[in-house]
Every structure is written in structure tokens, then in C-alpha cells.
Design a binder for this molecule. Structure first.
Ligand code: ASP
Length: 341
């Protein structure tokens, strides 16, 4: 029996065409995407496809659409061996992270892919990305189960754990990085899957979560930042989680006002989550004097989480429980392989 894969089309450059009037790229319908690659019908995969009501540039992605996507995958879960989500690359890392949390006990592949050039152009990267993503989504192990039990991004020959990715290049076909976790597979003449790097196959049934709480804020430290303004704004607007994009291994200024502001946030039950601005490496509060006070005050460490995943995980964890201690605990453990513990 042929493996069955569902394509879910959300939009992105992959399906865009040039607007004749003003020359900008705008999203187009799925039928055009599929028609552009007749060879997908020769893959030996039974392919079904559906598209969201509104086809978007992924700059317009929202937590509600993540919930909708997770819901679609949940509804179609038993009918398919794998899923390919066509998505713009700009917020693909965010969506892959969010889906990884919303889909608990996932035993089948959910592969996000897209392209840097529209599918209709002669030099497009869309064809290879889509064809290989479909092949990966259809892969089975010796027991006949889907091989890859996780949410991934496939882009330019490499398969990444979705919640470890970051879009680092807006011009090259090679647009994604996963610096704190190695790639899961590489497509050359053959597709080589590094099975020992995959998440363990879950024994429990899929749970599709349907809630994300947006009450979070991200603040990036820079020399000269007036943190007071933001601390006041966070308190006034009942922000419950502040992601502090810190320097290096989790360092921050040590001046009295900054520490007072952090203390005030914490006293008001705002969680302060320390995530490094560096793309590689992890937060280690206490390594330098410039971070030891943060730890003493009760700021929690994001370890080697990406900023995209810190945001998605923050929304997920706030929705999962109202208990502050429990929230802090969930943020500091690996739920879907998103941090190295
Ligand atoms: N702006 C586009 C999007 O994210 C870029 C892309 O698809 O690569 O939808």
C-alpha cells in the first residue's frame, strides 16, 4: 500500500506570483503549486492536499492559525502517515516550534517546508524542497510505522528539529540553522536519516492542545537600554512572562536600577526567562558576576533555547497552567527536545 501524506498549504513564497501592477510577490492558490510539479505524482505516495481559507505571507502568521493547523493535523491524524506544511520561511521556525508543543505524543512526521523563490520560476528551490519533504514524510521504519515522530523543517537538503531552528539568511537557498542540535537527516543521492537523533516514539496517544496564552513580552538587552520604561509597561499590562534576551551566557547590566526593576517584576509574579542573544551556546547564570544576581533574584534560565521557541513555549506554558512555580518548572525542562538538559 502506498504511504499517504497530507499537504497543508498556508502560503509563503513557494506559491507566490508577481503582482503585475506593482511588482510585489503575493500568495497564490495551492492548485497552481501542485500543477507546477507534475513529478510529485510519480513518487509512489498517495498525496492529498488542503489549503487554509486565507493564504498568507507568513509575516501574518498568528497563534490562532497555529491552533487551527494543529487542529487539522489532529483531525486527519489517523488517515495519513505524514504531513507536509507549506509555509513561508519568515516565521517557519516560530510555527514549527508552536506545533511541536501543541502536538503532544506526536508519532508521525509534520514537515514544514517552503522556498526562497516561487515555484513557477526556473531556478526555484521549491521543487526539491517539496519533493524531498514529501518523501521524508512518507518514510516508514521496519515495523511499518512512520519513521520520524516529530515536527521538523526541511530546507535545502537538510532536515532539522523544528523547535531548534532559526532563519538566518533571507537570500540564500540555505536559509536555516540549528546550531544547538545536529540535523536529523540529509538529502543527497539518498536521504540519510540519523535515527539516533530523533525523538523517542511516544507510547501514549496524540494530544492536540488548543490554547496559547499571548501575555508575554520579549526585550532585547543593548547598551543604553532604559529598562524602567518597559518594566512599567509590563506591569501595567499584566504581562506574565518576560523573555529577557541577554548577552553571552546569560549576562545583563548589574546597575542598581536594572536589578530593582527585575526584582519588581518577580515580586509581581512575572516570570523572567533568560534567553541568550547568541545563536549558539547556552545560558549559564552565575558564570559571570553579571549574571549571578539574576539567578539569586529568581530569573530562570532558558538554557540553549532559541528565541523563536522561547516565545512559542512561553505561550504554551502560560496556557497550560496558572501556577507560577509549575510554569517555571515547565519552562526549564525539555518538553519536545527543544533544549539540551
Ligand atoms: N515573506 C515570505 C513568507 O514568509 C518569505 C518566504 O516564504 O520565504 O511568507
Amino acid at each position: 500500500m502506498q504511504p499517504k501524506v497530507l499537504i497543508i498549504y498556508t502560503g509563503g513564497t513557494i506559491g507566490m506570483i508577481r503582482d503585475e501592477k506593482n511588482g510585489t510577490l503575493k500568495p497564490f492558490r495551492l492548485s497552481r503549486v501542485i500543477k507546477s510539479i507534475p513529478s510529485i505524482l510519480e513518487l509512489g505516495i498517495e498525496i492529498h492536499a488542503l489549503e487554509l481559507d486565507e493564504i498568507i505571507d507568513s509575516s501574518n502568521m498568528t497563534p490562532d492559525i497555529w491552533i487551527e493547523l494543529a487542529g487539522i493535523i489532529g483531525e486527519q491524524y489517523d488517515k495519513f502517515d505524514g504531513f507536509v506544511v507549506l509555509h513561508g520561511s519568515d516565521t517557519m521556525a516560530h510555527s514549527a516550534s508552536a506545533l511541536s508543543f501543541l502536538l503532544e505524543n506526536l508519532a508521525k512526521p509534520v514537515i514544514l517546508t517552503g522556498s526562497q523563490l516561487p515555484i513557477g520560476l526556473p531556478r526555484t528551490d521549491a521543487r526539491e524542497n517539496l519533493i524531498t519533504a514529501l518523501e521524508i514524510a512518507a518514510m516508514k521504519n521496519a515495523d511499518g510505522n512512520s519513521l520520524i515522530p516529530e515536527v521538523c523543517i526541511y530546507f535545502e537538503d537538510q532536515l532539522y528539529r523544528g523547535n531548534r531552528t532559526h532563519k538566518f539568511n533571507s537570500e540564500n537557498f540555505d536559509a536555516f540553522l540549528s546550531l544547538n542540535y545536529p540535523i536529523l537527516a540529509e538529502a543527497g543521492v539518498k536521504i540519510e536519516v540519523f535515527e539516533h537523533r530523533l525523538l523517542e516514539r511516544p507510547t501514549k496517544k496524540l494530544v492536540v492542545h488548543q490554547k496559547l496564552e499571548r501575555n508575554i513580552a520579549v526585550i532585547k538587552l543593548y547598551p543604553g537600554l532604559n529598562f524602567r520604561i518597559y518594566a512599567e509597561m509590563f506591569l501595567k499590562n499584566n504581562i506574565e512572562l518576560v523573555i529577557l534576551e541577554s548577552y553571552g551566557s546569560g549576562n545583563s547590566p548589574t546597575d542598581k536600577q536594572f536589578m530593582e526593576d527585575i526584582k519588581e517584576l518577580l515580586q509581581n509574579n512575572v516570570i523572567v526567562y533568560n534567553v541568550t542573544q547568541c545563536r549558539e551556546g547556552h545560558v549559564e547564570m552565575g558564570k559571570y558576576e553579571s549574571s549571578s544576581e539574576l539567578a539569586t533574584l529568581g530569573v530562570i534560565s532558558g538554557a540553549d533555547v532559541t528565541i523563536e521557541t522561547a516565545i512559542a513555549k512561553g505561550m504554551f506554558v502560560l496556557a497550560a497552567t496558572t501556577d507560577v512555580e509549575q510554569r517555571k518548572q515547565l519552562l526549564q525542562i525539555s518538553l519536545r527536545g527543544e533544549i539540551t538538559t
